[in-house]
Design a protein around this ligand. Structure first.
Ligand SMILES: C[S@@+](CC[C@H](N)C(=O)[O-])C[C@H]1O[C@@H](n2cnc3c(N)ncnc32)[C@H](O)[C@@H]1O
Length: 263
């Protein structure tokens, strides 16, 4: 792919399984950039980035330190990215998944670069949610789908519909603003279970989900009741999928007046 653009900053996603989910345009930018700053979830992907751009690849992983405030980690990543942009380099910010899905440093780097007059853009990638739809064989069009960061869902009293699919991200840092690698029970789990049981029965089965990051390896799909959520191990890859527990409350009059068949 031949790239003749004026972009100075491009955020790309490598997919959840880099081998197989890296798009052609992301690959082209990784090769073309002067600097490829990356946050990836496995050594195979890192190796691939270095093979594609041996002189420009630089990991941002060292900013992640256990217990460090996440905002501080993100700010350091953004500062480094903008520093390279200002120095005249073409920068590719490569993160796993989709670069715009639960990824603050990519959005913020683009915002700030544009505010300083540089051309910057984001390319779509395959997110964990895309993998979830495939692995669970569910279509968000069938019942609607709500997707929240788990702490945001809890502390901002998000209004959810138990007749829709519900996806809760970043379970490992539920109620915690610092970086964690793995925990047995996030600090706000008690309040989280209480919140869910306002709308779902405690024995409703939900799933701790970790999409496979390597071809040929199965996803982690661990069924657990809502009441048991405090007894599960969570990692940086854990997403919670809550299936619907009730049928939607249909407006029968409207069905009839619009001539929509009940089904
Ligand atoms: C900072 S976000 C990054 C999301 C990523 N940009 C994407 O497009 O999927 C991290 C959260 O994504 C979810 N996640 C990351 N990897 C995952 C995987 N392999 N399977 C399921 N969820 C994953 C988890 O909820 C995790 O806490």
């Amino acid at each position: 792919m031949n790239l003749t653009f004026d972009e100075r900053l491009v955020a790309v996603g490598t997919g959840i399984r880099t081998v197989g989910q890296l798009t052609g345009e992301a690959l082209a930018w990784i090769k073309r950039a002067d600097k490829v700053l990356y946050v990836l979830s496995d050594p195979v992907s890192e190796r691939l980035i270095h093979d594609l751009n041996p002189t420009g690849a630089e990991s941002l992983q060292h900013f992640y330190v256990e217990n460090k405030v996440r905002r501080e980690i993100y700010e350091q990543m953004i500062q480094l990215t903008l520093g390279y942009v200002r120095s005249g380099r073409v920068v590719c910010l490569a993160v796993y998944g989709h670069p715009g899905v639960f990824a603050f440093p990519t959005h913020e780097s683009i915002r700030r670069a544009r505010a300083e007059g540089y051309q910057a853009r984001m390319l779509p990638g395959v997110s964990a949610e895309d993998c979830l739809f495939a692995d669970f064989n569910i279509d968000p069009g069938s019942a609607g789908c709500q997707s929240y960061e788990a702490t945001d869902f809890l502390v901002n009293r998000r209004i959810t519909d138990p007749s829709s699919h519900l996806i809760l991200w970043q379970m490992i840092v539920l109620g915690d603003s610092t970086y964690r690698w793995q925990v047995d029970s996030p600090p706000a789990m008690r309040q989280f279970i209480a919140r869910l049981t306002q709308q779902y029965p405690p024995d409703h089965v939900v799933y701790v989900y970790e999409a496979s990051i390597f071809p040929g390896v199965e996803a982690r799909i661990e069924p657990v009741t809502i009441a048991q959520l405090g007894q599960v191990r969570y990692t940086t890859m854990s997403t919670l999928y809550v299936p619907p527990c009730v049928a939607p409350r249909a407006d029968l009059q409207l069905y009839q007046s619009l001539g929509i068949p009940l089904g």
